[in-house]
Design a protein around this ligand. Structure first.
Ligand SMILES: [Zn+2]
Length: 380
């Protein structure tokens, strides 16, 4: 048996003062305190909803497992984006007021990690690191202190007299929960997309355990997203220890998982998506009692080989290559129609692939302009 607590965390209010919240589910083992925590959120890009269906399936399936960790599950975690519509669709990726990407304002400050490092008692740590038993306990203690420190930094940011922008407010509030976690999953989708996962380089091999066909391996750098904000402090801390000749091994495992296309829910597929996550959780002992899935072919693509094809033409587009499809260099991926040239040979322009690889996603609309991100391809 497991314990389930549900909270409505207020983040937003309408102009009449009505509070708008996000649901937070906390699952924990009925007996015995778990040492580790798993944090999973979905739909920070509000139109990317498949992850919320996956959280539903996880809540159901985790009840059949034995938990070795606490779980914090936050479906539909963006109460600003989920109320901003443009025509028939959610304007889910950007703040409709100012264009801010809802997934680029998490907090990381390298200098703050250096400041934290300077507070540590290095002679004592060096002594403890000399033996494996005391080393583990010392690492746990450092991680505990780092989390308190990072939470304080977030609080300071939110309490600044100057205030923060809406995306910073949302991201900081979510990050405050994610800081507790040893494993962080940020569930997204592409526009019109096949499943893929962003993994930091050092986790790329174990990211295959999610059984998602394509892993995009990214550098351990911060560019504003939650996965990066979760693993970069530990990577930076390890670098600082390495300069002192000390090996600090603890890392936060953090991934951005792209579960198909936006504005789409498929419960049947959500069951399989949840199974992939459970397979990872079982492999890393966050849970017991889930039967591991048979191995599956997964391609790991370095971020430098994950290429964007921009449209050179404006017009109406027919997508010929579908997400997940393997294409060859020179293959026609799409056709663009220009209605001013319908009586000439220029009526249709063909877009060909500059590389061989897997089409991961394409633009969702049939109306494109010059410079539109038409396709993203994992080159092979
Ligand atoms: Zn997204």
């Amino acid at each position: 048996m497991i314990k389930i607590e549900k909270q409505l965390l207020t983040l937003n209010q309408d102009i009449a003062g009505q509070e708008i919240g996000i649901p937070v589910y906390r699952l924990s083992p009925e007996t015995a305190d778990a040492q580790r925590t798993v944090y999973i959120q979905s739909a920070v890009h509000a139109a990317e909803m498949q992850g919320s269906a996956v959280i539903l399936k996880l809540i159901q399936k985790l009840q059949e497992c034995h938990l070795n960790a606490n779980f914090v599950l936050v479906p539909n975690c963006n109460p600003f984006g989920r109320t901003q519509r443009a025509g028939e669709y959610l304007q889910g990726r950007f703040d409709a007021t100012n264009g801010n990407n809802w997934n680029r304002f998490y907090h990381y400050d390298e200098q703050q990690i250096e400041a934290f490092f300077s507070t540590l008692d290095l002679p004592k740590i060096t002594e403890a690191f000399a033996q494996q038993g005391s080393k583990n306990a010392m690492e746990d203690d450092i991680v505990f202190k780092l989390r308190l420190f990072l939470k304080q930094q977030l609080e300071n940011k939110l309490e600044s007299q100057w205030g923060v922008n809406t995306a910073q407010y949302l991201n900081s509030t979510l990050q405050n929960m994610a800081i507790e976690a040893d494993l962080v999953l940020d569930l997204h989708t592409g526009p019109s997309s096949t499943r893929h996962i962003y993994s930091p380089n050092f986790l790329a091999e174990q990211a295959t355990q999610f059984q998602i066909e394509t892993v995009i391996s990214i550098p351990e750098k911060f560019a504003g997203a939650l996965d990066e904000a979760s693993f970069t402090p530990l990577v930076k801390l390890a670098e600082l220890f390495a300069k002192q000749g000390l090996t600090f091994e603890y890392r936060v495992q953090a991934y951005t998982v792209e579960l198909g296309s936006q504005e789409n829910i498929c419960l049947e597929q959500a069951k399989m998506d949840a199974d992939g996550i459970l397979n990872y959780l079982q492999t890393h002992q966050f849970i017991d009692g889930f039967k591991p899935l048979p191995a599956k072919d997964v391609t790991i693509t370095d971020l430098s080989q994950y290429r964007t094809l921009f449209s050179k033409y404006a017009g109406m587009v027919e997508y010929l290559a579908k997400p997940g499809q393997i294409v060859q260099k020179g293959q026609v991926l799409a056709r663009v129609l220009n209605s001013l040239e319908f009586d000439t040979q220029e009526a249709i322009k063909e877009i060909v692939s500059p590389v061989s690889g897997i089409v991961i996603l394409h633009y969702p609309s049939a109306a494109v302009q010059i410079g539109t991100q038409l396709f993203k391809i994992a080159a092979q």
